[in-house]
Design a protein around this ligand. Structure first.
Ligand code: B3K
Ligand code: ZN
Length: 873
């Protein structure tokens, strides 16, 4: 359990130029023969021992320049193979190892998922396939021959282009040879073998290269690939148009597998996906599924440039590829859907997942300086905050200079393993800006707190905006430097007009202020009357904003802000203030008074406003979530009080504007045939957001409106089911039984059945989840099912998970411990649900701490050990 430090980075002592793999697939003993053309790294001291990484391998043979080595020539340890003496000139190393795909329950390396052989190598899975220099700065050109049984494993895929295939004479085996001309690190290696069906299409790039596109799935699922294929083609075109980036091989393949530790993987030319993020048909997939398929297909495709062509020097630089690629996929989704809605979704996601991470014991910078297990750093800080950092660069530099900077970055580093500095230097060079202070976004953890207040001077006709920033202390970082924060603002006149922003004798057309100091004042001139400030427009920086605005001013912004993000934010702030007051004081009356009625009226106005897109109106109708409220409370959180406050406000709103909501639910786009396009999805979202508020009234027109059986698509069905599943009534049981009977043989749909019950806020939700753990269709071995049941419970059922008697914590700890014995990555991720335990009231804290301490006393994987010990602090 060693801590690794960024400051200790040293290049590899040896370089691998070419890799030839010969893989013989077999369920229990796959044989991998690897032939490496190597040479000493001229930049490093000569004569060093050659150390190769390896894990869970049986070594059969090592040969140097054709001569077998005997055990005295090398040393084998738990994680490595060391050859003491190798030539000072280029040499060839041959290694033969065996591994057991069927016994590979970690789902890292080469494993079998329901009969399909597949690989997952990022970050350190390749060492579970063969001994190798398994680090991202060791780039090599790969040729891969795969051989397998022809009948059971007819499809054989690897990275790059197919160069040869055929039968192995005199046997029932066949082979395929793939060659990837682009040098790549081992984490981008992939191989698939199985009995798979496929769907094909093609894409012609801007410069005329015809690319064969293939999606490989289990036979029978071919009718669920259309959306993924369309999304892929949209993404390929978009990347050409927006960033001038073309695809570079003749083939692009995607494979969907059912057992996968995360969402998907960007292996060069052969992306491997969790089938959840590929398969969709109107009756089986919800709008949310279509949305995530589109964005993840795009994300993995975009990695071809930001990740594959330019990769990371070391794992500390993970955000270099992930933050940038998330930023790119967000921009894509904004362009193909409704921009402001996507911005709201992304900001909400950041606040829900990343802010608590940044405020808790696992806080780390976007570029961590140390880690014990790199698998624990695929976090929302690295991904989503990392994306915000790229977005801020684009905001500060402007879209065109940002694009130029990216061009320069590719020009300089194509084919290399790069660092965050390389990326920021390119941006600095094209813009002529000094980005030294900006680098703090990569190195300082914690969410900056920005406090703003506006002073109006009626005589001078000036408005002074006072801004102060504090970056809170985080583990290992007690004192912080002030950051460079792009703050987009507007001033709104009494009639709702935007006022010109006159600052230092110039007009600020883009409204962009650059905050650089701890305390700063921006003085606007010629302001005729007291304005209302609109601050942090478009969510221009990932900070926590506090303002001196009162309820009337916030209400004014709900009506008049021309920035769609901030207009939405105003409703959230208004509702959030009511909810935190009610939850803090344990008095639901605080959330149901006159102000609640005013909020309801404002929501009704927005919901009826035909000039706004339905998807946007839907977002406006969604109240802050329970975790949003808990995050705002920040301490002494009683999750029952939070739940009660939110329910009371929902019911109040549902009751106050029931007619408007009912009209929306009953009319908006009900008769059109199902189509997953964003406009249709927006109409459905609006109806369902209305239903959600109506259902809260508990009146007959409420929950019973959730016509589960009449739903003609999965979006409506799941919404109805999740409303009904909160009830204590036979209606709930009937609906769940009906859903189960219809979908018991469709794993991805059945996951929804598990998840809906795990999320339902009922006093007995712990018992419900416990009972489902013993359901014949439940398995701890399938990550999707584990996430559906245990993950949904721990992450999306705050009052159930944080039940006052600690039963939720005990449940999670017990299950995670069991999973940890065979799949540490999945276990450690589940344990992340404990990250906010110190914000709870003392009783819950005691229970959470006891559960964590109990875990700490067990024998844990490195993954879970790191999470548990750091969470305890
Ligand atoms: N790069 C992969 C994530 C790998 C996670 C390994 N624990 C998918 C992605 O972010 O695109
Ligand atoms: Zn990624």
């Amino acid at each position: 359990r060693q801590t690794k430090f960024l400051r200790n980075y040293a290049p590899p002592a040896y370089l691998i130029e070419e890799v030839a793999l010969d893989v013989h697939l077999a369920p229990k003993n796959a044989r991998i023969a690897s032939k490496l053309r190597m040479r000493p790294n001229p930049k490093m001291a000569p004569g060093q021992p050659l150390v190769l990484d390896g894990e869970d391998l049986a070594l059969e043979r090592v040969a140097l320049d054709g001569k077998d080595l005997s055990p005295g020539d090398y040393a084998l340890s738990d994680g490595s193979l060391t050859i003491n003496s190798v030539p000072a000139q280029p040499f060839t190393l041959e290694i033969v190892t065996l591994c057991d795909p069927e016994a590979n329950t970690e789902l890292s390396g080469l494993y079998r998922s329901r009969g399909t052989y597949c690989t997952q190598c990022e970050p350190e899975g390749f060492r579970r396939i063969t001994y190798f220099i398994d680090r991202p700065d060791a780039l090599a050109v790969y040729t891969v021959r795969i051989e397998a049984d022809r009948a059971t494993t007819p499809v054989l895929l690897s990275n790059g282009n197919l160069i040869e295939q055929g039968d192995v004479a005199g046997t029932d085996r066949h082979f395929a040879v793939w060659h990837d001309p682009f040098p790549k690190p081992s984490y981008l290696f992939a191989l698939v073998g199985g009995d798979l069906a496929s769907v094909h299409d093609s894409f012609t790039t801007a410069s005329g290269r015809k690319v064969a596109l293939g999606i490989y799935v289990k036979p029978g699922k071919e009718d669920r690939c259309g959306w993924a294929m369309e999304s892929l083609k949209r993404a390929m075109r978009w990347d050409e148009e927006r960033f001038g980036l073309e695809y570079d091989l003749d083939v692009f393949n995607i494979v969907a597998v059912s057992d996968f530790n995360m969402g998907a993987m960007e292996n060069k030319g052969l992306n491997i996906f969790n089938d959840k993020l590929v398969l969709a048909r109107p009756d089986t997939a919800s709008d949310a599924d279509y949305h995530s398929i589109e964005s993840v297909i795009a994300h993995e495709y975009f990695h071809n440039w930001t990740g594959d062509r330019v990769t990371c020097r070391d794992w500390f630089q993970l955000c270099l590829k992930e933050g940038l690629t998330v930023f790119r996929d967000q921009e894509f989704t904004s362009d193909v859907r409704t921009g402001p809605v996507e911005r709201i979704i992304d900001a909400r996601m950041l606040k829900t997942h990343q802010y608590p991470e940044d405020a808790g014991p696992l806080a780390h910078p976007v570029r961590p300086a140390s880690y014990i297990e790199i698998n624990n750093f695929y976090t929302s800080t690295v991904y989503e905050k990392g994306a915000e950092v790229c977005r801020m660069l684009q905001t500060l530099l402007g879209a065109r200079p940002f694009r130029k900077g990216l061009d320069l970055y590719f020009e300089r580093h194509d084919g290399e393993a790069a660092t965050v500095e390389n990326f920021v230097d390119a941006m600095a060079d094209v813009s002529g800006r000094d980005l030294t202070q900006f680098m703090l976004w990569y190195t300082q953890s914690g969410t900056p707190e920005l406090a703003c207040s506006l002073d109006y001077d009626p005589h001078a006709k000036t408005a002074k905006l006072h801004v102060s920033q504090v970056v809170p202390p985080t583990p290992g970082q007690t004192s912080k430097e002030p950051m460079l924060i792009p703050l987009k603002v507007g001033l709104i006149g009494a009639n709702g007009d935007e006022l010109p922003l006159k600052l230092n004798g110039e007009i600020l057309t883009d409204g962009l202020l650059e905050v650089t100091d701890r305390e700063q004042v921006f003085e606007f001139h010629d302001v005729p009357a007291p304005p209302t400030p609109s601050l942090l427009r478009d969510f221009s920086a990932p900070v926590r904003l506090t303002t001196s605005l009162d309820a009337n001013q916030i209400e004014f912004l709900m009506m008049h802000d021309s920035d769609p993000f901030n207009r939405w934010q105003a409703t959230q702030t208004y509702a959030g203030n009511l909810l935190t007051a009610a939850a803090r004081e344990g008095d639901v009356g605080r959330a149901t008074g006159k102000e609640a009625v005013r909020l309801a009226q404002a929501l009704a106005t927005a919901a009826r406003d035909d000039t706004l897109r339905p998807a946007y109106r839907a977002e406006t109708l969604k109240l802050p979530s329970e975790s949003d409220i808990a995050r705002e409370l920040a301490r002494n959180v009683d999750t029952d009080a939070v739940h009660a406050a939110r329910e009371a406000l929902r019911a109040k709103i549902g009751g106050s504007i029931g007619d408007t909501l009912a009209a929306l639910y009953d009319t908006a786009g009900t008769d059109a045939p199902f189509s997953p396009d964003p406009q249709s999805a927006g109409l459905r979202a609006l109806r369902l957001a209305a239903l959600d508020l109506l259902a809260a009234t508990k009146a007959p027109g409420g929950a019973r409106r959730a016509h589960y059986r009449e739903a003609s698509n999965m979006t409506d069905a799941i919404m109805a089911l999740s409303i009904l599943s909160q009830l204590q009534s036979p209606v709930r049981d009937d609906a769940l039984a009906h859903f189960y009977a219809r979908w018991e043989d469709e794993p991805l749909v059945l996951d929804k059945w598990f998840a809906v019950q795990a999320r339902a806020t009922r006093p007995d939700s712990v018992e419900t989840v416990r009972a489902l753990l013993t359901h014949p269709k439940f398995s701890l071995k399938n990550p999707n099912r584990v996430r559906a049941l245990i993950g949904s419970f721990a992450q999306a059922n705050p009052s159930g998970f944080n039940r006052a008697d600690g039963a939720g914590y005990a449940l999670l700890a017990g299950q995670a411990l069991e999973i940890d014995r065979f799949n540490p990555h999945v276990a450690a991720r589940l344990l992340g649900a404990f990250e906010s335990w110190r914000t709870l009231e003392p009783g819950r804290q005691r229970h959470a701490k006891a559960a964590l301490e109990d875990l700490a006393g067990q024998s844990l994987s490195t993954d879970s050990y790191e999470i548990v010990t750091k969470t305890l602090g």
